[in-house]
Design a protein around this ligand. Structure first.
Ligand SMILES: NC(=O)C1=CN([C@@H]2O[C@H](COP(=O)(O)OP(=O)(O)OC[C@H]3O[C@@H](n4cnc5c(N)ncnc54)[C@H](O)[C@@H]3O)[C@@H](O)[C@H]2O)C=CC1
Ligand SMILES: C[N+](C)(C)CC(=O)CC(=O)[O-]
Length: 510
C-alpha cells in the first residue's frame, strides 16, 4: 500500500456502506470497503466487536501494504454504531454478516429493510441460505441479494451474487458494478440453489475429507498436504475444468471424460453419505488440528495465509507473459484503474535528488536470510529508471515509436538489510547527460527513519531500437533532462559514486 505525494480521487460508485455483524466475514467486508475508500458504519452487539474488527483491519492493511505499491484511495472512515438503525440510516450498500441462522437473518434483514434508504442495496453474506427465503420479511425484497464472499474478504476477490425470486435484475447489475469497482469479482449465479456454487464444491470435498479422517485413512495434516502440494496449486490458477482439459492430453476434455468419467461410478467417492460428526470425531479432528497448528495462533496463521495469498496473487499478476492471469489479472486491472485515478503529483523539486519510487518489501522478495534478496534491490532501481524515463517523456508510446534508453552498466552497492514489509523510497541524482548517455545515481532508503540500504550507479544509452544501436536523444527529451541535470550539477557529488568511470567527457548538461 503506497501513499505517494500523489493523491487519489474517489473511484467507487458508492461512498457509504453499513456492515451488520463484524465477525470473521463482517470484519473482512469492513476492511475491503474501508481500503477502497468507502466510509463504513458497523453494528455488532458483541462486546469485543471493536477489538476484533481492529485486528482484522490491521491484518488487512498489512496485507495490502505487501500486495500493491499503487496508491490506494484515502481510507474510508470507520464508525461503530450503538444500533442497527444508526448504522444503515444513510448507507448505499448494507452487508449483513450475522450468524448462519435463517430466523436471525430474516429478522435482521427485515430491520435493515425497514430503516435503510430506499435506494440502498442489501447484500447477505450467507454461505448457503436461499435469497428467496431471506426476502420473506422485506417490504422491498427487490433490492436484496446474496453476496457470498470468501475468507479473507479483503484479499480473495470472488463474490457470488445470487438473486432470489423477488430480486430485481437492476439490483444484480448495480451490485456487480460496485464490486467490480472495488477490485472484487462479482460472479452472477444464474439460479438460486442452496450453497450456490463454491460451497457446493467445498461441501463435497469436505464430506469426503471427514470420511477419510474418520476412517483413519489419513490425518488432517496429510490431507492438507495432499491438497496444498498438488491440486490446490493448480486450482488457484486454472480451476477445475481447464485443469482437466490439459489432463486429457492432446485430445483434451473429451478424452479426459472418456477416460475418467466412469470412475464416478467406481467406489472412488462416498457420494452423498454424510459422516456423523459425533463428539469422538470432533475431538479427533480438533486434536489433530491443534497439533498441526504447532502453537501458531489464529492471527499468526492469518498473517502467514495472507502473505502466501499475496505472493500467489502477485505471481498470477505477471502470468501469461505479464498480461496477468485469473485473479492476478483482476489485481493488475484494478491497480491500473487506481493508478489512472491518481491526481497528478505536485511538481517535483529538481533542486534535490528526485523522489521517484515508493514501495514495500514484499514477502516474495525475502530470501532464506530473512531479508530482501539481492536482485530485488535492482528491481526497485529498475522501477526508478522507469519512473525517471516516464518523467522525461520516454513512455510506452515513445518506446513503441522505436526509441528507448537501454541500461549498459550498473554498479550496485548493498549497504543494509530491507526487512519484510518495510517501506522503501528511492531517489535519483543525475550525474551527467549528453545526447546519447544518461549517467545516474540512485539511493534506496528503508523505513520511516530513511536508512540508506543500497545505491546504484547506472549508465544508460539512448537507442534506436529498430536499428539496434545508440542514437541521439531528440530535443524534447533533452529539454526535459537539461534543467534537472543542471540543478543536480549544483549538488554534492554522491558519496559512493564513481563505480562507473566516464569513458569520455560527459557534460552536466549537453
Ligand atoms: N466464516 C467463513 O468462512 C464464512 C462465513 N460466511 C457467512 O458470513 C456470515 C457470518 O459468518 P462469520 O463471520 O463466520 O460468523 P462470526 O460468528 O465470526 O460473526 C458473526 C457476527 O455477527 C454478530 N451478530 C450476531 N447477532 C447480530 C445481530 N443481531 N446484529 C448484528 N451483529 C450480530 C456476532 O456478534 C458476530 O460478531 C454467515 O452467514 C456465514 O455463513 C460467508 C463466507 C465465509
Ligand atoms: C465454511 N463456509 C461454508 C462458511 C465457507 C464459505 O462459505 C466460503 C469460504 O470462505 O470458504
Amino acid at each position: 500500500m503506497t501513499h505517494t505525494t500523489a493523491s487519489t480521487t474517489a473511484f467507487a460508485p458508492i461512498t457509504r456502506a453499513a456492515c451488520i455483524g463484524g465477525g470473521v466475514i463482517g470484519g473482512g467486508w469492513i476492511a475491503r470497503f474501508l481500503l477502497a475508500g468507502i466510509d463504513v458504519k458497523v453494528f455488532d452487539p458483541h462486546p469485543d466487536a471493536q477489538r476484533i474488527v481492529g485486528e482484522v483491519l490491521a491484518n488487512a492493511e498489512r496485507a495490502y501494504g505487501l500486495l500493491t505499491s499503487v496508491p490506494l484511495p484515502p481510507r474510508g472512515r470507520l464508525t461503530f454504531c450503538a444500533t442497527l438503525e444508526e448504522a444503515v440510516r444513510d448507507a448505499e450498500w448494507v452487508q449483513e454478516s450475522v450468524p448462519e441462522r435463517l430466523d436471525l437473518k430474516q429478522r435482521v434483514l427485515g430491520e435493515i429493510d425497514a430503516t435503510c434508504p430506499a435506494q440502498a442495496l442489501i447484500g447477505s453474506s450467507t454461505s448457503g441460505l436461499l435469497p428467496s427465503e431471506l426476502q420473506t420479511t422485506l417490504t422491498h425484497p427487490e433490492r436484496l441479494f446474496v453476496a457470498h464472499p470468501y475468507n479473507p474478504v479483503y484479499l480473495l476477490p470472488l463474490v457470488e451474487i445470487v438473486g432470489g425470486r423477488a430480486t430485481a435484475p437492476a439490483t444484480i447489475a448495480r451490485a456487480k458494478a460496485v464490486l467490480d469497482a472495488i477490485g472484487m469479482k462479482g460472479v452472477v449465479i444464474a439460479r438460486e440453489i442452496e450453497a450456490f456454487v463454491g460451497d457446493r464444491l467445498l461441501e463435497a470435498l469436505w464430506r469426503e475429507a471427514l470420511w477419510l479422517i474418520k476412517d483413519d485413512i489419513c490425518d488432517v495434516e496429510t490431507l492438507d498436504d495432499v491438497i496444498r502440494y498438488s491440486f490446490g496449486l493448480r486450482w488457484a490458477q486454472m480451476g477445475l475444468f481447464q485443469t482437466y482439459r490439459i489432463a486429457g492430453g492432446e485430445a483434451g476434455m473429451r478424452h479426459f471424460l472418456a477416460q475418467f468419467g466412469p470412475c464416478l461410478q467406481w467406489p472412488w467417492t462416498k457420494l452423498t453419505d454424510v459422516v456423523d460428526l459425533d463428539d469422538a470425531l470432533v475431538e479427533k479432528i480438533g486434536a489433530q488440528s491443534d497439533e498441526q497448528a504447532a502453537g501458531l495462533s489464529i492471527r499468526e496463521l492469518e498473517r502467514i495465509r495472507d502473505e502466501n495469498l499475496v505472493g500467489i496473487l502477485q505471481a498470477l499478476k505477471t502470468g501469461h507473459g505479464d498480461r496477468g492471469w485469473g485473479a492476478g489479472k483482476l489485481l493488475g486491472d484494478f491497480e491500473a484503474r487506481l493508478a489512472a485515478q491518481v491526481a497528478p503529483a505536485p511538481a517535483l523539486d529538481i533542486t534535490a535528488p528526485l523522489e521517484l519510487v515508493e514501495t514495500r518489501v514484499s514477502p516474495a522478495w525475502v530470501d532464506y536470510n530473512g531479508h530482501m534478496t539481492e536482485h530485488r534491490y535492482l528491481q526497485v532501481f529498475g522501477d526508478t529508471t522507469d519512473a525517471l524515463l516516464r518523467l522525461i517523456g520516454v513512455d510506452i508510446a515513445y518506446v513503441q515509436a522505436g526509441h528507448s534508453y537501454y541500461t549498459v552498466e550498473t554498479h550496485l552497492r548493498h549497504l543494509d538489510e530491507g526487512k519484510l514489509g518495510e517501506e522503501l523510497r528511492s531517489t535519483c541524482q543525475i550525474i551527467a547527460v549528453d545526447d546519447k548517455r544518461l549517467h545516474v545515481f540512485y539511493r534506496l532508503f528503508a523505513g520511516p527513519e530513511r536508512r540508506e540500504i543500497a545505491t546504484a550507479e547506472q549508465m544508460m544509452l539512448h537507442v534506436d531500437t529498430k536499428a539496434g544501436r545508440a542514437s541521439p536523444s531528440p530535443e524534447p527529451v533533452m529539454a526535459r533532462l537539461r534543467p534537472i541535470a543542471l540543478a543536480h550539477a549544483r549538488l554534492e557529488p554522491p558519496a559512493g559514486a564513481g563505480g562507473i568511470p566516464a569513458r569520455r567527457k560527459e557534460t552536466a548538461a549537453a
